[in-house]
Design a protein around this ligand. Structure first.
Ligand SMILES: [Zn+2]
Length: 108
């Protein structure tokens, strides 16, 4: 499927949510809908993100989540509209993604 290849190349082979690399992954990566089809999301390039299995399962069909610090419901990270590094960072030994913002915390 051509669209899948385009999405994977655009993401440079990295999960757009946790930045893990497909070449180090045990499980296959998926193309996921940022706005789920159940909420009217389209199968177009700007609504598709390259995602590892863990992030894809975790996100499922959600677009909002709770920020554990403020308790507010905020929108989840949108890989097409936002910069990963503004919302997330790796911990010191690169085993955990840390949310830096309400959106980042709600997404992780
Ligand atoms: Zn991931």
């Amino acid at each position: 499927m051509q669209q899948k290849k385009v999405v994977a190349e655009r993401a440079k082979g990295c999960c757009e949510y946790c930045q893990s690399q497909v070449r180090f992954a045990i499980q296959s990566f998926s193309i996921e809908h940022i706005i789920p089809r159940s909420q009217g999301g389209k199968t177009t390039l700007d609504n598709l993100a390259f995602s590892c299995q863990g992030c894809n399962n975790h996100k499922y069909n959600k677009t909002v989540g709770s920020d554990l610090v403020s308790g507010n419901v905020v929108s989840l990270y949108h890989p097409r509209q936002e910069q990963w590094s503004e919302h997330f960072a790796w911990n010191d030994d690169f085993t955990l993604v840390i949310g830096l913002t309400p959106t980042g915390r709600a997404t992780v």
